[in-house]
Design a protein around this ligand. Structure first.
Ligand code: HEM
Length: 437
């Protein structure tokens, strides 16, 4: 058997460098070691590629070849029933169950409510000082999940639930995620105990939500279009069993975890990127002026700006699959147990696909589509982001709504700096903005 391709050797140094500068180091490793290289991740070695032709073979392979990387570490945090951790038939069944409300056509009615939620939070921006726009975006992203996925329409109840879920996320720590030995309550003190208490509080709130739905009557038609909680309550596994309360909570929390911070980081970067370039900003403001929610959802330049943001600053600059059986990656037979990694950032910065790749240039997305192996901010294959259409809708509507408001200016130097935030990547130090004088 051929040895694995070369790559950095020190696992801790690798992890520290990735955490500190995920874009820069991912690109440096590709340049230094070639494509593919072997990454010594804390979850084991992974053979990494940024070659679209090779990526096509990975994304097009039988999904049963792959396992979830780090499932045993994530299970106690996300829950074993979480869609992110399911594999095989159970994963296929859960996706089939959960996907319909996330289709583009099913989302059309949500444009108005999303704009309303964005306007509410943006109106609270202070006039007299700088803020980190990522915090505002995180609040809007959470509001959207609570409204769309959990179906909470009462504004006070929705805000209370959002606050509780954001507090839960604040208690997540890489220490106990990567070191299971730290998952002890230590007499109620310490990060794991705090996380557990936050989980229990959110479980109680979501339990009440579920009880209220059930009290409405089994099988009763929901008042409006069914939200995802309605669908989950009515769903049955192949053996006829309904989801338990614990399973329901795990799926809902998965949507929240996967859906709020990802959107917020992408939006914060979009705000930063467009405010660095007066010509792009002026063209965008012109396009969105006076547009209602439906028009924002269809605005072509706004969409191109969102795509270009996701290209230049992907929140998952890298994603991986564990192998259940040997799999060829660019002529190297990678053995079972090893991972295969796709360096999205490396693909998104390829000059043969995206000329002058460091430049923020939304024009490249106008009237042009890239293949699923050339543009993959939402991953790909059987595990492609379930919320991609919702995320794209949110990006357009929330950025568009912000640009319809009073002009803002950046308070920092505008340089793109990335850092690892929980399991994804976002702007290091946030994105400071203030109202333009
Ligand atoms: C800009 C925003 C977002 C980005 C860039 C993003 C990106 C991603 C990526 C890269 C993956 C991994 C895909 C893979 O392994 O191939 C993923 C998975 C996932 N995302 Fe998103 N996401 C976003 C927003 C959302 C939203 C709003 C939701 C739902 C409310 C969501 C739900 C999920 C779920 C459930 C998965 C797991 C899918 C599976 O394992 O089958 N995401 N996302």
């Amino acid at each position: 058997m051929r040895p694995l391709p070369p790559g950095p050797r020190n696992r801790l140094l690798y992890a520290t460098r990735y955490a500190r500068d995920p874009f820069g180091w991912s690109l440096r490793w590709l340049e230094r070691y070639g494509d593919p290289y072997t990454a010594p991740t804390l979850l084991g070695p992974q053979v990494v590629t940024a070659d679209p032709a090779v990526v096509e073979t990975i994304l097009g392979a039988d999904p049963d070849v792959f396992d979830v990387v780090g499932a045993e570490l994530l299970a106690p945090v996300l829950g074993a029933a979480s869609l992110i951790l399911l594999t095989g038939e159970r994963h296929r069944a859960a996706r089939k169950l959960l996907a319909p409300p996330f289709h583009r056509a099913s989302l059309a009615t949500l444009a108005g409510p999303i704009v309303e939620l964005a306007r509410g939070r943006l109106a609270e921006l202070p006039r007299d000082r700088a803020v980190d726009i990522q915090d505002t975006m995180r609040a809007i992203g959470s509001d959207v999940i609570v409204r769309v996925v959990f179906g909470v329409t009462d504004p006070t109840a929705a805000r209370a639930l959002t606050a509780e879920l954001l507090a839960l996320v604040e208690t997540l720590r890489p220490s106990f995620m990567f070191m299971p030995v730290l998952r002890h309550r230590f007499a109620g003190l310490g990060p794991w105990a705090r996380f557990q208490r936050a989980c229990e509080r959110s479980q109680t709130l979501i339990g009440e939500l579920i009880a209220a739905r059930r009290a409405r009557g089994a099988g009763a038609e929901p008042a409006g279009s069914p939200d995802i909680l309605d669908l989950l309550l009515g769903a049955r596994w192949a053996d006829g069993a309904a989801m338990t309360e614990r399973e329901l909570w795990e799926q809902l929390m998965t949507m929240f975890m996967a859906g709020h911070d990802t959107t917020a980081s992408s939006l914060a970067w979009a705000v930063q990127l467009v405010h660095r370039d007066p010509a792009i900003l002026a063209r965008l403001r012109d396009e969105v002026a006076g547009a209602d929610a439906a028009a924002l959802a269809e605005a072509p330049y706004l969409e191109a700006v969102c795509h270009e943001t996701l290209r230049l600053c992907p929140i998952a600059p890298y994603f991986a699959r564990a192998l259940r059986q040997p799999f060829p990656v660019a002529g190297v037979e990678v053995p079972a147990g090893v991972g295969v990694g796709i360096a999205t950032i490396g693909i998104h910065r390829r000059p043969d696909v995206y000329p002058d790749p460091e430049r923020f240039d939304p024009e490249r997305f106008l009237g042009r589509r890239y293949s699923p192996a050339q543009f993959l901010p939402f991953g790909g294959g059987a595990r492609r982001c379930l919320g991609a259409a919702l995320a794209m809708l949110e990006l357009r509507l929330i950025l568009g709504t912000l640009l319809q408001g009073p002009p803002l200016r950046l308070t920092g130097d505008g340089a793109i700096r990335a850092t690892v935030r929980n399991t994804t990547v976002g702007p290091r130090g946030g994105v400071g903005v203030a109202y333009a004088a």
